[in-house]
Design a protein around this ligand. Structure first.
Ligand SMILES: Cc1cc2nc3c(=O)[nH]c(=O)nc-3n(C[C@H](O)[C@H](O)[C@H](O)COP(=O)(O)OP(=O)(O)OC[C@H]3O[C@@H](n4cnc5c(N)ncnc54)[C@H](O)[C@@H]3O)c2cc1C
Length: 301
């Protein structure tokens, strides 16, 4: 979708950066996605004004963090992409509290807190993407999830058109699901973390990094786990037991390292990935009766 010149000028007056005709294949870890205009917010405080302009001009939009958990349609996209400023995101520590901008890199936040002897998030070290994306998804790994550490979230609420602060206790964090409204935009978070010596945290980080490197196709384009684990089960094990590692539709392929990672092994399009997901889901359903649910967020035309 192209934003007209008058609106571009208006957005630039607010300090927002507008990039025209950006390929989302270059913005996502799957390397898949069509083209659209991108609005970089630069200053979070301007978000209510930016949203008012988009609403007034009837411009549909979606919000992109690090792009590591999304599968985006091909071709010219019928919405614009909004992003937070990623240069020099704020991070500071006061006692056991860490205050972090949502645009910060999640792994960077884990190591920043570790250097201030704040731990508890070692498991999240290899989860790529932004802090905002991790909040939205309640990212988790190796027994750790971000949700339980959240004290407060500052966010833009489309429902009120204002920036508000939510208490952690008022947010539900479930397995890869949260109670944020679909159009909430996370701006900053306050986390409360247990004190732990840096050396101890570093040892935990090392273990998690080794586990990840030994089991995941980290040098290939993926969005991490494509399906959620069903209650009490493992989607990866179910797919593996059907002998589907290496199974492919075009260049979309079930990783031969981790059966719940679907990789773009060349020039896969969104359609190839969706066909592969439907095919694998159907085979798992036929063999076990279990309906696998997407973990990856799919944005289709
Ligand atoms: C190699 C690899 C390994 C992975 N391993 C794990 C793992 O172990 N555990 C795990 O949980 N995930 C894992 N993932 C998936 C992914 O990294 C996480 O879900 C991550 O938290 C997504 O963050 P992101 O910034 O990239 O979000 P995006 O992919 O950009 O967006 C995901 C969703 O969050 C929303 N969003 C992003 N930022 C904001 C914001 N500021 N405000 C509101 N909404 C926002 C988007 O609109 C979208 O709905 C892995 C991915 C890869 C590629």
């Amino acid at each position: 979708m192209r934003i007209n010149e008058k609106t571009v000028a208006h957005l630039r007056e607010l300090g927002a950066e507008v990039r025209q005709g950006v390929s989302m294949a270059g913005q996502t870890s799957l390397g898949i996605g069509g083209t659209t205009d991108e609005i970089l917010l630069v200053r979070c405080e301007t978000i209510p004004d930016v949203m008012r302009i988009l609403a007034g001009e009837h411009i549909p939009h979606k919000f992109l963090g690090g792009g590591t958990n999304v599968l985006i349609a091909d071709g010219e996209l019928p919405w614009v992409m909004l992003r937070l400023p990623t240069a020099h995101p704020g991070m500071r520590v006061e006692g056991n509290a860490a205050y972090v901008d949502a645009s910060a890199d999640l792994g960077g936040m884990v190591t920043f807190c570790a250097k201030h002897d704040l731990g508890g998030m070692e498991g999240l070290i290899g989860v790529p993407g932004s802090v905002g994306g991790a909040l939205r998804m309640n990212a988790g790994a190796y027994g750790t999830q971000i949700g339980p550490h959240v004290k407060e979230v500052e966010l833009y609420r489309a429902a009120t058109g204002r920036i508000e602060t939510l208490r952690g206790d008022d947010i539900r964090f479930d397995y890869r699901h949260t109670s944020f409204a679909p159009d909430d935009v996370m701006l900053r978070v306050k986390l409360e973390l247990p004190s732990k010596p840096y050396k101890e945290i570093l040892a935990g980080i090392k273990v998690c990094n080794q586990k990840r490197r030994s089991s995941q196709p980290l040098n290939q384009k993926s969005a991490g786990c494509i399906f959620k684990n069903p209650p009490g089960g493992s989607a990866g094990r179910m797919i593996d037991e059907l002998g589907l590692k290496g199974h492919r539709v075009g260049d979309a392929m079930v990783s031969d390292r981790h059966a719940n990672f679907f990789v773009n092994a060349g020039h896969a399009g969104c359609g190839d990935m969706l066909k592969l997901m439907d095919d694998v889901r159907g085979r798992v359903r036929a063999a076990t009766g279990v309906e696998l649910e997407n973990e990856v967020i799919v944005w289709r035309n």
